[in-house]
Design a protein around this ligand. Structure first.
Ligand code: SF4
Length: 396
């Protein structure tokens, strides 16, 4: 069934005060196969449809012509998925070129492409680099063939090593590696080994996520049947502690709950999300946040393409978020950053501050030692970081 597109007058969206330059996100919802833990909006296919790229390109041209976009200079472009590099280097470079020609971008814009190791080679990466892509984010997840098989990943350890080497040869000087810990059958020693192998490549950025079991995934079904054995809670905590210690020693500073970077290499696109900044998301299932308007596109690629081909907007939902909801969202997202959030910024944007809005709840969290509150800043403490989800749940 093709969902009805919402009708919105985008010309009425006005800039929120104190708004930072927005980011642009393009979603490629295809992967070679599905990983056992994945709940992202992605679909297995061997050869991705040309019609999807054509529809996405048409959407890029449409949105670039809208007043909200014409009035802004974008600071970042992020092509994510799924596996964007399931399309060839020249297809993706063509998308980047179209974006750079259609929207106003800052001269020093950060341009990231996400990739999986078995979908890249030096030649394709060189095309991307020459096309203006200046940051590569590789989904490695584990430096162990045994663990990669367990996760249902479609690549090997050798392919991960080769992809990183190829990226360096292609000229990428800003590489992120995504890694996961708390995996079935993973010990702290095995995690330490994965981290050491990652660090041997001297990445500028590492994202280290603890495995979470998402509903309706193969892993969730195995957990329900009692057939998946995960590390105990204290072992997972030990892995998290090991991560902070080893990465700090290696000069990678933790700046968000799961993200670490060398100085000057923090992911600007994601920082904008955590600061609850404005962004335009295009592609199946992509979400935009346009000065208080939340707009999402239809989730599945086929109806997305059909609607665009019929000349309709492929929208699923559009809503205007109340000010208090946006304020709470800014607090919850902002606390993910280790620097926390500035009251002056919140006051400027919403006319509200956390102490005034949350009152007793915040006092309790402070007394429990989970948050630090100063004159102009709120952040999670060392004790609050490991239980961030519980703390944030009280502020939603
Ligand atoms: S590669 Fe990423 S998006 Fe694709 S199935 Fe695996 S986890 Fe999901």
């Amino acid at each position: 069934m093709v969902p009805k597109p919402a009708i919105i007058d985008f010309t009425v969206i006005t800039p929120a005060s104190g708004e930072e330059p927005p980011g642009l996100y393009l979603h490629i919802p295809f992967c070679k196969s599905r990983c056992a833990y994945c709940s992202f909006n992605s679909y297995a296919c061997q050869s991705p449809p040309a019609a999807y790229l054509a529809a996405l390109s048409r959407q890029i041209r449409y949105w670039a012509g809208q007043q909200w976009c014409r009035e802004r200079t974008f600071a970042t472009l992020f092509i994510g998925g799924g596996t964007p590099t399931i399309y060839g280097g020249s297809d993706l470079a063509g998308l980047v070129r179209l974006c750079l020609e259609s929207f106003n971008f800052a001269a020093e814009a950060e341009i990231t492409v996400e990739a999986n190791p078995n979908t890249v080679n030096e030649q394709g990466l060189t095309v991307l680099r020459r096309g203006g892509v200046n940051r590569l984010s590789l989904g490695v997840q584990a430096f162990s063939d045994r663990l990669l098989v367990g996760l249902g990943r479609s690549h090997t350890l050798a392919e991960a090593d080769a992809a990183i080497t190829a990226a360096r040869r292609a000229g990428f000087a800003n590489i992120n590696l995504d890694l996961m810990y708390g995996l079935p059958g993973q010990s702290s020693a095995a995690w330490q080994d994965s981290l050491a192998q990652a660090l041997a490549h001297a990445p500028e950025h590492l994202a280290c996520y603890e495995l979470t079991i998402e509903e309706e995934t193969p892993f969730a079904r195995l957990v329900d049947k009692g057939e998946l054995s995960l590390p105990a809670e204290d072992e997972a905590l030990a892995m998290a502690d090991l991560t902070h210690a080893l990465l700090a020693q290696a000069g990678l500073q933790r700046y968000e709950i799961s993200n670490y970077a060398r100085p000057g290499f923090q992911c600007r696109h994601n920082l904008n999300y955590w600061r609850n900044g404005a962004y335009l998301g295009l592609g199946a299932g992509a979400v935009s946040c346009l000065s208080g308007f939340r707009v999402s596109m239809v989730r599945e690629p086929e109806p997305f393409v059909e609607l665009v081909q019929r000349g309709e907007l492929p929208l699923d939902e559009a809503e205007c978020l109340p000010l208090a909801a946006r304020f709470r969202e800014s607090v919850v997202m902002g606390l993910r950053m280790l620097d926390g959030i500035s009251f002056a910024r919140l006051q400027r944007q919403f006319g509200l501050t956390p102490p005034g809005y949350y009152g007793k709840i915040l006092e309790e969290l402070h007394q429990q030692g989970l948050v630090a509150v100063s004159q102009d800043n709120l952040r999670l403490t060392k004790a609050g970081l490991p239980v961030a989800n519980q703390v944030l749940a009280r502020l939603v």
